[in-house]
Ligand binder design. Structure first.
Ligand code: IMP
Length: 181
């Protein structure tokens, strides 16, 4: 890849590789929900907005989208795992078939919080879909749909940011460690 930004070390996943994996995930979701009236995709802002846009346009079954935004207390490097909702769903999800759409699972604490929070609202079913997974210390919540496993480095692009930069790159790249250390 030419003209890589000086903050970036290398490209890990090209746009083509990402898009073809999203197609595979969409086909799997279509199969799994073929008998249901509709699905509700809940995108977790900000990181999942690009993945959600591509996944929802690929999906050939009736579905709606909604959004939540959560924030960890403290910065990512020192977060103690506590999470709070800063933007909630527009509609109740009682009796709906819900899929949480996340960008990346690192320790797993954000997804676990979301899973418990949404389960409590009595959806007909609840599954998780994440495009990327890193180390994932806590494995209480199943990853029903997973795009790629990534090395334990800071990655940016395709929705993922570093201090709100590099989010809109069409590929996923590794950030140079000297940028965040
Ligand atoms: P977890 O709660 O430790 O699983 O962290 C998940 C959240 O941390 C994700 O939703 C991202 O917002 C952020 N995150 C974790 N690793 C990365 C990364 O490598 N790049 C960008 N954001 C990340």
């Amino acid at each position: 890849m030419t003209n890589l930004h000086p903050d970036l070390d290398r490209v890990i996943l090209s746009p083509d590789v990402i898009q073809s994996r999203i197609k595979e995930i969409a086909r799997q979701i279509e199969k799994d929900y073929a008998d249901e009236e509709r699905v509700v995709l809940i995108g977790i802002l900000k990181g999942a907005f690009i993945f959600l846009a591509d996944l929802s346009r690929e999906l050939q079954i009736p579905h709606m989208v909604d959004f939540m935004s959560v924030s960890s207390y403290g910065d990512t490097a020192t977060s103690n795992g506590a999470v709070r909702v800063i933007l909630d769903l527009r509609k109740p999800i009682k009796n709906e078939h819900v899929i949480i759409v996340e960008d990346i699972v690192d320790t797993g604490s954000t997804l676990e919080y979301l899973y418990r929070n949404l389960k409590w609202r009595n959806p007909a079913s609840l599954r998780t879909c994440t495009l990327f997974q890193k180390k994932r210390e806590s494995k209480e919540v199943p990853l029903d749909y997973l795009g790629f496993e990534l090395p334990d480095v800071w990655v940016v692009g395709y929705g993922l940011d570093y201090a709100d930069t590099h989010r809109t790159l069409p590929y996923v790249a590794e950030l140079k460690s000297e940028v965040y250390e």
